[in-house]
Design a protein around this ligand. Structure first.
Ligand SMILES: [Zn+2]
Ligand SMILES: [Zn+2]
Length: 208
């Protein structure tokens, strides 16, 4: 029997939730229960609370968002673990964020909460959505065309969320421009990026 030994430095085994995340828009709209989604959400909540009283929500998506969404692309060191037990590391773990102000339909739903509120207008709350998509890579042993979902390290999740937060701060809140933090978790790559097996490359989203 094979046992997976989780070394301390390994990405916390968040893969199952990553899989769930990628499938979230295929009819699974339940609140993700697993660790990864919790980590993404608690980190997101921490970082994005500076935009209060505006409300930001984070959701995974498995497709690109339309062009009326603003887009921010980042990459991270990620790990892939195939069912065949092949595993590999990539410094090109692509993530794309899309963000925009929620449309009026969504805002109306919230009138209820305002009813119990005061007549004198509190500071206006705007609602915004942030979506993200994690891109997969194919296993070179299986060669079956399936894209394996990436495993993300917690520090990399935090770094990309901070980066998109800076970008949004600049775009929507007139925060001073700050450069993205591009210092990924350390990695020594013996091979160059395998574009043929990269989902983001195949969709023309990998190279910035
Ligand atoms: Zn495989
Ligand atoms: Zn690529």
């Amino acid at each position: 029997m094979l046992a997976i030994v989780v070394k301390k430095d390994n990405p916390v085994l968040l893969c199952k939730s990553a899989i769930r995340y990628n499938m979230a828009s295929q009819g699974d709209n339940a609140t993700p229960q697993l660790k990864l989604s919790q980590f993404w959400h608690t980190t997101f909540d921490d970082i994005f609370q500076v935009f209060n009283p505006d409300e930001w929500t984070l959701e995974p998506t498995d497709k690109e968002m339309p062009s009326d969404w603003r887009k921010f692309r980042d990459k991270a060191k990620v790990k892939f673990l195939c069912d065949c037990n092949n595993s590999w590391t990539s410094m090109m773990g692509r993530i794309i964020f899309w963000y925009k102000k929620s449309d009026e339909k969504d805002n109306k739903k919230e009138l209820k909460t305002e009813e119990k509120g005061q007549k004198d207008e509190p500071k206006e709350t705007n609602k915004y959505s942030l979506r993200f998509r994690l891109y997969g890579q194919q296993c070179k042993i299986c060669e079956d065309g399936t894209f394996i979902n990436p495993l993300w390290y917690e520090d990399e999740v935090k770094r990309v969320l901070e980066n998109v937060h800076k970008k949004i701060g600049k775009d929507f809140y007139d925060f001073p421009q700050e450069d993205s933090n591009n210092s990924k978790r350390h990695g020594r790559m013996r091979q160059s990026h395998d574009s043929r097996r990269c989902q983001a490359c195949q969709e023309g989203q990998c190279h910035s």
